[in-house]
Structure formats: structure tokens, C-alpha cells
Design a protein around this ligand. Structure first.
Ligand SMILES: NC(=O)c1ccc[n+]([C@@H]2O[C@H](COP(=O)([O-])OP(=O)(O)OC[C@H]3O[C@@H](n4cnc5c(N)ncnc54)[C@H](OP(=O)(O)O)[C@@H]3O)[C@@H](O)[C@H]2O)c1
Length: 323
């Protein structure tokens, strides 16, 4: 089977495509024939050895796939041929993946594979952050930093499902058009406008209720300063490359909370609650409340190009590899 392999930590261009033998399965595992694999910012960090988890090469990146069950162990109930979303710890950028049955989520056979491969990380993280870490309430205002990115796109769409008003911060004309196409309520060009002042003006001086922050750097403090009383600042990641240091007195004088979000750790610790969230997310798709359409579809051969776009700040929307 064809597989992307990181043989040496470094730039995504070092990734190789190799012919490997199909993985074998244990009694508790399924073999998935991958139809699509989601690509994420952490993949670009992982292959460089810059992610919070550092792996020794050789390894195949990729943590979210959608495909059909090709084979199964004797203790697995799911039928061969059925469609599933899979959450491999590694190995998703390959034609076949073996996975423990607990890391597989069944979906209808007509569930779109590109949507399935897009759902776990971006939509899972954003939903967990809004629902469980911010306790978002209908009618609240959400400021999304890096709003045209993977996390940003999922946050805008989920905010609509949850009845939140969105203020979307983006850094280019193309990104502005994209978030408008997703139905952003307001847009801030934080490459041109003062983030804090504009967000305050857009909320009539009250400040935003929630900040979704996958960006870090200087924008984080500006966004925190733009929150109103009882605000929640969700710390998702540092795409900007710099980890801000915030004076804690800000949280006191404004009565706001800075809330860390690590979806991967939560899914390992709370599998039942994770499963509940997946049931809800999948039902939003099935009921046409959530339309997940990846903007960038690559072939396996072009995986390194896909990863480079994240590092060059060029990524817009969700990225997947189609097999
Ligand atoms: N905590 C968790 O559980 C969790 C889960 C998934 C992802 N993450 C993290 O979330 C972060 C964002 O992921 P994503 O998939 O949304 O990435 P993405 O699609 O690349 O979006 C990130 C956004 O950040 C902004 N940005 C600002 N400075 C940047 C820079 N120097 N380089 C790249 N982007 C920059 C860009 O928007 P503008 O150009 O408009 O500013 C970009 O659209 C990553 O750090 C990732 O590791 C965390």
C-alpha cells in the first residue's frame, strides 16, 4: 500500500511516499481502507519535531480518516464494508490503517468521506471548546482568531448551529471573502484594524463573551482585552509561533477566565463524553445543520505541499487528502 513516511524530522518536503505492506490486525482491531484523510496544522509541526509530542522516525503522520472496514478482528461487531471515521494515533496518510475498535466511529454508508475525514480534529476540538470549556449560551458573541483556518472554519459553522454571533478576525482579502462565504456576522481585518477597539465597537462597548484563539502571539492579549465581564478566552494553539505571556491582573479586573483546551487529551480521558459529542456532530451533518466541505483536496503525492501551506500562513479552510 502507498503511505507517506517521515524518515527524518524536518521540512514537509522531506516526506517520502513508500510502498509498505498492509497492516495486520488483532482481535480487537479493524482494517480501514482509507478514502480520505484530514490534514491539520499539528501534522506540519509533528514532521518537524516541533509538536508537543515528538515521535522518532520512521512514522506515518495523519490522525483522522474516513473509509470502509476491509477486515476485522473476531471481537469487533461492526460489519465488513461499513463506513467509519477513524482516529489513528498516527498512520492516517496511508491507503490502509489498522485501528482499535474504540477509535472507530460508525457513520451512514452515504456519509461523505471528505466530510468524515474533516470532522474529528477541527470540529471535535471547536465543539468541545465551545460546549464543554466555555459553556457557550445561545445569543453570546464569539470572537474567532485565525477565522479562515481549520479551527476557525469549524468554529464559525458550529457557532451558527449553537446560536452564537460571530466576529471573525482574518489577515487577508481572500480570507475575508472565505469567512463571509461561511456566514460570518462581522469581520475584523486584524492585519489592518485594531483588534481590541474594533471588537469593542462591534459589541457596543460591552466586549465579546468568548474568544476562540488558535493563533497566539500579540493577537491573544488584544482579544483578551476585548472580552466583557464573565468572558472566556479559549486557548487552542499558537499558529503564530509565539506563546503570549499575559498579566494575570487582566483576568481579575475584567472578571474573565483563560481556559486551556487540549482535545486529544480529553478524548483519551473521557471516551464516553467524546462519543456523545461525535453523535451530536454527526447528527448535525445528517440533519443538514452543518455542511462540511473541505476547501483543499490533495492527492497523497502532494501531502508535503498541503503541510507547507499551513506553515506559510496560506491555508484557508479545511484540507484533506483524497485516495
Ligand atoms: N488544543 C487542541 O486540542 C488543538 C486541536 C487542533 C488544533 N490545534 C492548534 O490550533 C492551531 C491552528 O490550527 P488550524 O488547523 O486552525 O491551522 P490553520 O488552518 O493554519 O489556521 C491558523 C490561522 O492562524 C493564523 N496565523 C497567524 N499567524 C500565523 C502564522 N505565523 N502561521 C500560520 N498561521 C498563522 C492564520 O490566519 P490569519 O492569516 O488570518 O491570521 C491561520 O488561518 C495550531 O496551533 C494547532 O496545533 C489545537
Amino acid at each position: 500500500m502507498k503511505s507517506i513516511v517521515c524518515t527524518k524530522l524536518g521540512e514537509p518536503s522531506l516526506l517520502e511516499i513508500k510502498d509498505l505492506s498492509k497492516p495486520t490486525i488483532s482481535d480487537e482491531e479493524v482494517l480501514i481502507k482509507v478514502q480520505a484523510a484530514g490534514v491539520n496544522f499539528p501534522d506540519a509541526l509533528l514532521v518537524q519535531g516541533k509538536y508537543q509530542i515528538v515521535l522518532d522516525p520512521p512514522f506515518t503522520p495523519g490522525n483522522e480518516v474516513c473509509g470502509t472496514i476491509e477486515d476485522k478482528g473476531k471481537n469487533v461487531d461492526l460489519p465488513v464494508g461499513s463506513k467509519v471515521i477513524g482516529l489513528p494515533p498516527v498512520g492516517g496518510f496511508a491507503e490502509y490503517v489498522s485501528l482499535n475498535k474504540n477509535l472507530v466511529i460508525p457513520v451512514n454508508d452515504d456519509f461523505d468521506s471528505l466530510a468524515g475525514a474533516s470532522l474529528p480534529i477541527n470540529y471535535g476540538t471547536s465543539y468541545y471548546a465551545l460546549k464543554r470549556r466555555a459553556n457557550a449560551k445561545k445569543g453570546e458573541t464569539l470572537l474567532v482568531l485565525g477565522a479562515s483556518g481549520g479551527i476557525g472554519t469549524a468554529s464559525i459553522q458550529l457557532a451558527k448551529v449553537m446560536g452564537l454571533k460571530t466576529i471573525c478576525a482574518v489577515g487577508s482579502d481572500k480570507k475575508e471573502s472565505y469567512v463571509n462565504s461561511l456566514g460570518a456576522d462581522e469581520v475584523i481585518r486584524y492585519d489592518q484594524e485594531d483588534l481590541k477597539e474594533t471588537a469593542k465597537t462591534l459589541t457596543d462597548g460591552k466586549g465579546v463573551d468568548i474568544v476562540m484563539d488558535p493563533v497566539g502571539g500579540e493577537a491573544s492579549e488584544q482579544a483578551l482585552r476585548a472580552t466583557g465581564f464573565n468572558g472566556r478566552h479559549l486557548v487552542i494553539g499558537f499558529a503564530n509561533g509565539s506563546i503570549p505571556k499575559i498579566s494575570l491582573n487582566l483576568t481579575l479586573v475584567k472578571g474573565v477566565s483563560i481556559v486551556g483546551v487540549w482535545w486529544g487529551r480529553w478524548t483519551n480521558t473521557y471516551p464516553n463524553e467524546t462519543a456523545e459529542d461525535f453523535v451530536e456532530l454527526i447528527s448535525y451533518v445528517n440533519e443538514n445543520k452543518l455542511d462540511i466541505v473541505p476547501k483543499n483536496v490533495y492527492s497523497l503525492q502532494d501531502t508535503s505541499l498541503a503541510l507547507e501551506n499551513f506553515l506559510k500562513r496560506k491555508n484557508i479552510g479545511k484540507t484533506v487528502i483524497k485516495f
